[in-house]
Design a protein around this ligand. Structure first.
Ligand code: SF4
Ligand code: SF4
Length: 308
């Protein structure tokens, strides 16, 4: 869990060109209240650091971790070694593993440490028009921490972007707005029931927060995005609902993020209920037709870069 002093971060990715303008450092926070069936970062959901097991790194015959677990959650075999229903993510086994087959995902970062990490690349931001992007998980859940981090990052002259699902009380986001330059706001699906089925919550709070952002004077630039998942959120009824809502809110354009399935490779390593979807990345023709389907509904949908 995050606090004023610390937040659980699971990756700090330098030299990204996917998450906002220019060259960026993307900070991935752990913790999210949604359960999108296509979540690209299944390791981001749990707010605390968690165990991950990489069978490809396990050394045959080693067995150092076996019998060490206080919960008897480690089995004497390579495939499916961890009994996730018993594991408490205590990290005891990580310390004995010589090959990093057992590792913790996420660690606690202080404001100071994160500032040092992102300021290190300020030269690249300056020459490319880049900056720092807060991602996750849902970074706004680390609001207390960000209230300490963002003003100091702003003072250092950094361009600051936020990737968000919008699913939280607006009071968590509001104090962050003065220091943010850009919000990349994700729409998941159209229709209350379909939204609930696909991401675990309805869209009432998300749309209320989006409306508040759109009707504010000043504040960060807003880009609305949608990760398109063929067969799940791209049906006519879903698009009808999304476009009607966007038109009601006065939004004329959104960015369509092409689907990739790279996240499925992470599932066997994690304690997660997310399941593989087996959806192949669609063709160029699919996206051209998709742009037309949005245009037919009075909204400009521009296909952006594939999700990293
Ligand atoms: S993290 Fe702790 S509980 Fe989980 S397998 Fe390792 S030692 Fe056992
Ligand atoms: S300690 Fe690491 S390398 Fe050794 S058996 Fe356990 S997971 Fe494999």
């Amino acid at each position: 869990m995050s606090s004023e002093d610390e937040a659980v971060v699971f990756d700090v990715q330098r030299f990204s060109v996917h998450d906002g303008p220019g060259i960026r450092t993307v900070v991935f926070f752990k913790g999210c209240a949604l359960a999108c069936r296509w979540c690209q970062n299944p390791e981001s959901r749990r707010p605390q650091p968690e165990l991950s097991y990489h069978v490809d790194r396990c050394l045959p015959g080693c067995r150092l971790c076996v019998s060490l677990c206080p919960e008897d959650a480690i089995l004497d075999r390579m495939i499916d070694r961890v009994r996730w229903d018993a594991c408490t993510h205590c990290s005891a086994c990580v310390d004995v593993c010589p090959s990093n087959a057992l590792v913790m995902v996420g660690e606690r970062w202080t404001v100071e440490r994160l500032l040092d990490a992102v300021i290190a690349d300020r030269h690249f931001y300056a020459t490319s028009g880049g900056g720092v992007t807060l991602s996750g998980g849902e970074p706004v859940l680390a609001s207390e921490f960000l209230r300490g981090f963002l003003p100091r990052a702003k003072q250092a002259g950094l361009h600051l972007a936020l990737e968000t699902s919008g699913h939280y009380p607006f009071a968590l986001l509001e104090p962050l707005l003065p220091d943010l330059d850009l919000i990349l706001f994700d729409i998941k699906a159209g229709g209350r029931q379909r939204h609930l089925e696909l991401v675990g919550h309805d869209s009432v709070q998300i749309l209320a927060n989006l409306e508040r952002l759109l009707t504010r004077d000043g504040g960060p630039e807003l880009e609305i995005r949608m990760a398109v998942v063929p067969g799940l959120n791209d049906g006519d009824a879903s698009l009808d609902r999304i476009c009607a809502t966007l038109r009601e809110l006065g939004v004329e354009q959104l960015t369509l993020l092409p689907y990739n399935h790279l996240w499925e490779a992470k599932l066997p390593r994690l304690d997660t209920e997310q399941v593989a979807l087996g959806i192949a990345p669609p063709s160029e023709g699919y996206y051209r037709a998709l742009e037309q389907r949005f245009a037919d509904r009075g909204v400009t949908g521009l296909v952006g870069e594939a999700l990293p």
